[in-house]
Design a protein around this ligand. Structure first.
Ligand SMILES: Cc1ncc(COP(=O)(O)O)c(C=O)c1O
Length: 392
């Protein structure tokens, strides 16, 4: 595809073309583990990467390749690599920069497994992470050491929706010679394109908005071509977190409607956040689309819309949060996010139950905190569902 097409055109077309042999318009699912060569010379050339071609799906596959091309186009990156899950992508992407003896500067509010990887797995291999206890770029600068090899963050963050300054952190990384990596799962490239703001690498749980329908696990890393080649050759091949061709096809199909789904998700979320903010049984709403959110102005600057993830504090603490969960009828009591269906999670009793209470409170995950992934149902029905649940 030519450069310069708009996002919607790239979402539909990038990475895909009619099959040269059959004319099949939809990218076929190359459900094959291995690929045959015409003769020994060709096989040697493909193995030696002197000739383009496929040999084994862990090393590359045409359906997976189509997805990688599309994701690179949507994020505006040089290249992309798909993985079997978001965590396979995140752990591999970090290991692409960090080895024993190195140091990472990371945001405090991160997806739980990413936090664990930085907090437990890296130290086990002799590397360390400093979690910055604020959203200020100056505090990230303070945390950089001579052996810092990566700045890692999420914005909006999971589950308290902190907003960090993408361009500011990217600038800091450039000035100090440290690559920056952002988890763009909550926003998706339809709402923010961090590479265009100077970030080095974007990672995704493609299980979420990129897929959009809650039916496939996947991850992706998008960044400079030489770094992606390093991940493909030195990490994915050895750790083996390859995506299946079928899941790659499902994510490809999902991304074609990303630009249509996201505005619908966001419009519903804004109305729900405004409803919750006025509700007498709600203590606080974390949604960057509300003018009193501390990151509202920054989000307005760096995002096309405010996303469809939010969390809110129900009066009545731990039991109050659980009661709301028990009464909803449309919202599914389910983990994950980015599905067309609306989902609800009470963080303290589920996703963060293993985190000691004091530590949980310190990062803003209070006893009554409920996280919503707002779907694309009729917003009136979603509001009525929450209104009924909050009467409890
Ligand atoms: C922000 C974020 N990043 C990464 C992940 C991990 O993705 P996966 O579950 O696809 O491994 C999640 C999963 O919930 C997430 O919410």
């Amino acid at each position: 595809m030519k450069n310069g097409y708009q996002f919607a055109t790239l979402a539909v077309h990038a990475g895909e073309a009619p099959c040269r042999m059959t004319g099949a318009l939809d990218t076929p699912i190359y459900q094959s583990t291995t690929f045959a060569s015409a003769n020994s010379d060709e096989m040697a050339a493909v193995y030696g990467e002197e000739k383009p071609g496929y040999m084994y799906t862990r090393y590359g596959n045409p359906t997976i390749h189509a997805l990688e091309e599309k994701l690179a186009a949507l994020e505006g990156g040089e290249a992309a690599l798909a993985f079997s899950s978001g965590m396979a992508a995140i752990s591999s992407a970090i290991l692409g920069y960090v080895k024993g003896g190195d140091h990472v500067v990371a945001a405090r509010s991160l997806y739980g497994a990413a936090y664990n990887f930085l907090n437990k797995k890296l130290p086990a291999m002799g590397a360390s992470t400093t979690f910055v206890q604020s959203t200020r770029v100056e505090d990230f600068a303070q945390a950089i050491r001579p052996n810092t090899k990566l700045i890692y963050f999420e914005t909006p963050s999971n589950p308290i929706l902190e907003i960090l300054d993408i361009a500011g952190l990217a600038r800091l990384g450039r000035e100090r010679g440290v690559p920056t990596m952002i988890d763009n799962t909550f926003a998706s490239p339809a709402l923010q394109q961090p590479l265009k703001l100077g970030v080095t690498v974007v990672v995704h749980s493609a299980t979420k908005y990129l897929c959009g329908h809650g039916d496939a696990m996947a991850g992706a890393v998008i960044g400079p071509r030489d770094y992606i080649a390093h991940l493909s050759h030195d990490i994915l091949r050895d750790f083996g977190g390859v995506i299946s061709p079928f899941n790659a096809w499902l994510i490809l199909r999902g991304t074609r409607t990303l630009h249509l789904r996201m505005p619908a998700h966001c419009a519903n979320a804004q109305k729900i956040a405004e409803f919750l903010a006025k509700h007498p049984r709600v203590e606080r709403v974390n949604y960057p689309g509300l003018p009193n959110h501390p990151g509202h102005d920054l989000a307005k600057k760096q995002m096309r819309a405010f996303g469809a993830m939010m969390s809110f504090e129900v009066k009545g603490g731990y039991e109050g949060g659980k009661k709301v969960m028990d009464r909803v009828q449309i919202f599914a009591r389910a983990a994950s996010l980015g599905d067309t269906r609306s989902l609800i999670v009470h963080s303290a009793s589920t996703s963060h139950r293993a985190v000691p209470r004091e530590q949980r409170l310190a990062i803003g995950i209070t006893d009554g905190l409920v996280r919503l992934s707002v779907g694309v149902e009729a917003v009136e029905d979603l509001i009525a569902d929450l209104e009924y649940a909050l009467e409890a």
